[in-house]
Structures are given as structure tokens and as C-alpha cells.
Design a protein around this ligand. Structure first.
Ligand SMILES: Cc1cc2nc3c(=O)[nH]c(=O)nc-3n(C[C@H](O)[C@H](O)[C@H](O)COP(=O)(O)O)c2cc1C
Length: 189
């Protein structure tokens, strides 16, 4: 796939086919991440593929988060429905890769490193798309919790989890929407 085609056709994927993406393909597409542009070449990106035990632990936690969204006064059965749906939803993401970014510099360095790691994520998303692999970048509450940092072995003082990449073969691809380019582009005199 041509790079321009990948840029415009790539969409976030929310529904995946159940089969997992082979680990070789995961390694290949994440390998494109490290070629992102990066001021001072600090190479701040880190990619962490969730193993079965970690995924199970996080699915349980995700289920609790979903259950907690129940309105006040909702009965136990309805809460259980939310919890079960959350558990199932988390497990419907065939492969989950957390992307973190080393944050051990001054404020400007940390900002630039965050930006570079986001560039790496875009590289990965485009490379994956060109191989027929879909992704959704998620920054949901579960990516921010202490328990998640512990489970993934990420030291919060030195590294920030930018998001989870839910990864798999697309079951459904939604239509892309953007405002007209002219609305976001201008010249100065
Ligand atoms: C930094 C970042 C965080 C995101 N977090 C979420 C998220 O938590 N939940 C979600 O459904 N989508 C998330 N997305 C995906 C966006 O919703 C998606 O990119 C947007 O709707 C545009 O759709 P497209 O990627 O198909 O063009 C995130 C995207 C980015 C760049």
C-alpha cells in the first residue's frame, strides 16, 4: 500500500475478528515505530505487548470500571450486566500493546519526547494498516491507573503510558470524517 493511501484510508478499528495477530507481524509493525522523527534522538518510545495473565488481570479491572458507571440505585443484576460486558469488551481486543514514553528530561525534553513517541505510534498504525491490521489508540481510565503501571512494570516517575493500542484484524471499518482542509490551513502576510 502506498503511504498516501495508508494515511487517508487508515481508520481506528473498534471491532475485531477474534483471531490474534501473529507475534511476528506485531514485531514487524512496531519496528516501524522506531524510525519516527525525534529531537536529540532520545528514542523515548517503549512498546509492551500484554501477555495472557496481564490481559486477564486488566480485563477484570476494566470490568470493575464499567460496573462503576452504573447509575445510583441500579440493582445488582444490572451492575453484573455492565461488568460482564466490560470483561467481554476488553477480551474482544485480540492483542493489546501499551505504548509508553520515557519522561526523564526537563519540561521541554519531556514534551518533545511525548511528541516523538506519538509520531512513533502513527508510524506503527500506518504500517499495521498497510498489512491489513487495525488498531485503536485508547487513553481510557485503565491506562492511567497505578495498578496498570504495576502490572506492566512501568515506573510512573520515569515513564508515561501514552495509550493502549488495541490491535487485530478489522471486523468493521468505519467511515472517516474530517472538516475541510481549508478550515485549518492559512498563510500569514
Ligand atoms: C491521543 C489519542 C487518544 C485516543 N483515545 C481514544 C479513546 O480513549 N477511545 C476511543 O474510542 N478512541 C480514542 N482515540 C481514537 C480517536 O477516537 C480516533 O482517532 C478519531 O475518532 C478519528 O478516527 P480515525 O482514527 O478513524 O480517523 C484516540 C486517538 C488519539 C490520537
Amino acid at each position: 500500500m502506498e503511504v498516501l493511501e495508508a494515511i487517508t484510508t487508515r481508520r481506528s478499528v473498534f471491532k475485531f475478528k477474534p483471531e490474534p495477530v501473529p507475534i511476528e507481524a506485531i514485531q514487524r509493525v512496531f519496528g516501524y515505530g522506531i524510525w519516527a522523527q525525534n529531537h536529540h534522538l532520545t528514542e523515548p518510545w517503549r512498546f509492551i505487548v500484554l501477555g495472557t495473565e496481564t490481559k486477564e488481570a486488566l480485563a477484570k479491572r476494566y470490568s470493575e470500571i464499567q460496573e462503576a458507571k452504573a447509575a445510583e440505585g441500579v440493582d445488582d443484576a444490572a451492575r453484573q450486566v455492565l461488568a460482564d460486558a466490560g470483561y467481554k469488551k476488553f477480551h474482544s481486543k485480540p492483542t493489546i500493546v501499551a505504548v509508553s514514553c520515557v519522561q526523564d528530561g526537563d519540561e521541554i525534553q519531556n514534551r518533545e519526547d511525548y511528541a516523538a513517541a506519538c509520531c512513533a505510534m502513527q508510524n506503527v498504525a500506518l504500517a499495521a494498516w498497510s498489512e491489513g491490521i487495525g488498531m485503536q489508540w485508547s487513553t481510557g481510565p485503565i491506562t492511567l491507573e497505578d495498578e496498570t503501571y504495576e502490572l506492566l512494570g512501568v515506573e510512573r516517575e520515569k515513564e508515561y503510558i501514552i495509550g493502549f493500542f488495541y490491535t487485530g484484524y478489522p471486523e468493521e471499518v468505519l467511515e472517516g470524517k474530517r472538516k475541510p482542509f481549508e478550515e485549518v490551513f492559512r498563510y500569514t502576510p
